[in-house]
Design a protein around this ligand. Sequence first.
Ligand SMILES: [Zn+2]
Ligand SMILES: [Zn+2]
Length: 881
Amino acid sequence: MGKKELIQKFQKDHDKYWKVELFEREGYTRKQCKKCGKFFWSVGSNDICPDATCTSYGFIGNPPTSKRFNYADTWKEIDKFFVSKGHASVRRYPVVSRWRPDLFFTVASIIDFQRIEKGQVAFELPANPLIIPQVCMRFSDIPNIGVTGRHYSSFVMVGQHAIANEKGYWKDKCIDLDFELVNSVFGIPKEEIAFVEDAWVGYGAFGFSLEYYVRGLELGNAVFTQFLGEMDSYREMDEKIIDMGAGLERFTWITQGTPTSYDAVFGPIIEKMRKDSGIEFDMELFNKYAKISGSLDMDVSSDIGSMKKGIAKSLGITADELESKIAPLEAIYAICDHARTLAYAINDGALPSNTGGGYNLRVVLRRALSFLEQYAFPFRISDILELNCKELKPLFPELLENLPQMQKIIDVEEKRYDATVKISRRIVADILGEGKKFSSNELAKLYESQGITPELIQKVAREGKVNIQIPSDFYDSLTKNHITVKEEKSPFDATGLPETRAVYYEDAEKLELDSTVIAIRNGAVVLDATIFYPEGGGQVADLGTINGVKVLDVQKVAGVIFHRVEKLDFSEGQRVYIHVDGETRKALMRHHSATHILNYACRKVLGNHVWQAGAKKEKERAHLDITHYEKLLPEQTKQIELVANRIVLEDRKIKITNMDRSEAEKEYGFTIYQGGASPGRLIRIVEIEGGVDVEACGGLHLPSTGKVGMIKIITEERIQDGVSRIEFVAGEAALNYIQKEAEVLREASEKLKVSPEQLVSTEERFFSEWKERGKKLGELEERIAELEAEKLLPEAKGGIVRKVLNVDVKLLEKIALCISERDVTAVLANQNNDVVAATFENSELDASKLLSQLYSKFGGAGGGSKRFARGRTKEKVSFSS
Ligand SMILES: [Zn+2]
Ligand SMILES: [Zn+2]
C-alpha cells in the first residue's frame, strides 16, 4: 500500500480522522479541490485548495500578518506562545544524528525523539508537551536552492511534539494551538487559514495529518502518528504522538512578504552581499520574476532551462537576458544557504569529504565556491559563514563560539578546490577538443573522480563559447549514490533463545566459570552464562576454551552469545567448564581504555570537530580512527601522545554506570555516541572522571587510567578523506614495541660503529657521500658511452650502427644517443633483449620504425618517437644476417 491508498483508506472514515473540534467551532467545512481533487477545510465557499500548485502565492509584497518579524524574533514569538501553553522549550539537537545508525543528518524534528530498539522505532520525549527549533538538513533539492525562493539545504523545523496522554494532548488541542498561533499571535484572519487532509509515512510509523496554509504557502504540517510499523502490517500505538513540524523560514517569510524567502531569512546578509558584489541588480524585474518562480517546483517539472524560457517570455525579455540578470542574485542566495549549512554541520561534528554525509557538505561547498568564481564575487565563504553565525547568535550562540575552527576547515577545503579548478580547465578543454558531450554520466564522473562541479564546467565551457546544461537531477543522483545504509546480516539466528547472562560485565576479572549448554545452533554453542566477551565496539572476542575445546569466535545477536568452537562436540543440557585467556583479556581492556583516553587527547589537541570514526582493539595493537580535515603533523601526534599519557599518570577513575538513555543524553550531550548509536533504553556509560571522557560503550575497561600503562603511538596515516588512523599500543604491548625499536637502534649503531645518538648525523653523512658517488658514477658512465660510441662509429653501414652490446639498458641508451649526436643512426640491443634506436635531426630514418622491424623478426614491443625509441624483444637479437 502506498501513501495514496492510505489517504483513501482514511477518507472512508474522514471525520473520524481529520475532523477536529476547531472546525465545528469556527465554522470550517470540508471541500474537494476543483483542480487537484484534494480534500481541505476552510471558512467560506472557495472550492480551490490552498496548495501552491492550485493557489499561487498571495502574500509577496502584501503580507497578511499584523506585524513583521525577522528570523530570530519569529522563533521567539512562537516559543513564547507554546511555553505560555505549558510546553517545555527544548534546545536543538545536533544536525549529525549520531543516535540513529540509519541516518547521517537530522532530517526532521521528530528524529530527535526516535531511537531504534531491536529494529523498531521507539519514541522518547524528554518533556511532554514540548517545542523545539530543530535545524534539519536535506540535500535532495540542491539545484532548486537559490532558484525557487524557498528551497534550503538546512532550515529550522519548529517541532511541536506531545504524547497523547493526560500530560500531553491529541489532535483537537494540537490544531487549536496551531490555529491560535497563526490567528492570534501572527494576526492572520481565520478566512485566510485553510487545512488540507494528508497522511504521513516514514521511519516505521505513520498517521494522518493536517497541513495548514495561508495564501498558497504551507506553514506547517501536524502529523498524528497513531500507527507503528509498515502500512501493510501495523498496530495502533500505546501512546500516540503529535509530530507537528512548521518551517521557521516560512513563518518569517509570510510576515515580511519579501520576493523570496531568502530575503526574509537572511535579510541583512543578502543586502550586504548584494552591495559588495558591485553588480547593479534590476530589482523590479527580479520581483516580477520571483512571483512566478516561487510557485515552481523543480521536483514536478524538472527542466529548469525550459521553465526559465517560459518565464522570460511572459516577462517580455529573452532567456539570455533573464539569465544574466537573475543568475548572480540566485547565486548569492545559494551561497548564503550553503555557508549556513556548513556552519551547522561543522559545528555539530561533520566534515566535508568524499564519503557518507560529508559528501553532501563538499558538494554544497564546491557549488558555493564555483559561484564565487563564476561571478567574481569579492567575498569569501568564511566571511559569509561568519555573517550567518552572527545573525544566528540569538538562536544558536554555539555557532559563533566555534567560528575560528570552522573557518580553518573551510580554508583547507578552499585550497583543495583551487587545485581542482586548475586541472579542470585542462580536462574540459580536452573533452571539448575531442568533440565529446557532457552527459549526466560524464559530469558525475568528473565530480566523483576530480571534484569538478558542473557549474565549473559550465563556466570553463562558456569561456570557449560552448553552452552546457546541468541536468536538474544531477546533485540529487550524485548524493543519492552516496547514501547507503549498511546492514550486515549475521550468520547467527537468536530466535527463541533466552539472552545469555554476560558474567564479564558482573566481574571483568573472572576467568573461569561453570555453565550449561542451552543450544547448539548455526555451528556454535550457546550457554546460559558466559565470561567470553563477544566481538563488539571494535573490541575483538576473547580467547579461551570450553571443556578444553578452543573457542574461535564469539558473537552476540539480540542478547544471545554464540561461541564458535574448533570441534562441535557438545550436547544440550551439558555442564561445561569455560576458561578465558587472562593475558589477552587484560591487553584488550588496556587497549580499550586507552582508546577512550586517546580520543579525548585528540579532541583536546586538534579541536572539537574531532569524532571517533572507528576503532579496533586487538591483543597486540589497536587503532583509533578520528575525523580530521588534514594530515596530522608530527608535533600534533607527539602532543596527543603526551596528553594521553598525562591522563594515565593522573590515574583517574573509570566509572561505569547503566543510565537511562535520555538522562545520559541530557547530562553528557551527544558526544557519548562517539562509538556510534546505542540500542536499548538503558545504556552503559563509561566515564573517565574529571571531565575527561564520557561514552556510551559496551566494552570492558580497567578500573582506572593508571592501569593502562604507557600509551605509545606507532603510526598515523590518512585512511580516507577526512579520516586519520592512529595506531597505538598500550601497557606491556607498548613496552614490547619500545624494546624492539631500541633493539633495531642498537643493531644499527653497532654495524655503523657509532653510538645511537650519532646515528642521525652518521646517516646524513653516508647519504651525502652516497649521492656524491652516484653523481660521479653518472659522469663516468657518460664518458664510457662516448668512448664506446667512438669505437662503434667506424662500423656504420649505410649510416647505421647495428650492434649487440653487453651493457645495461641505461648505458645502451646513452651509447645510442652519443652515436646519433655524430649524425649516425644507432640500433642497439643487449643481452637482456633491451633494444634502443636513435636517429639525428633531419635524418630520413624513423627510430620507432627501425625497432618495429626488429619486433617483426624477433617478437616484442616498445614505444617512442621518430628520434628515439626503446623496447624489448622476445628472442635474442642478432644483426649478423
Ligand atoms: Zn488543489
Ligand atoms: Zn569504548
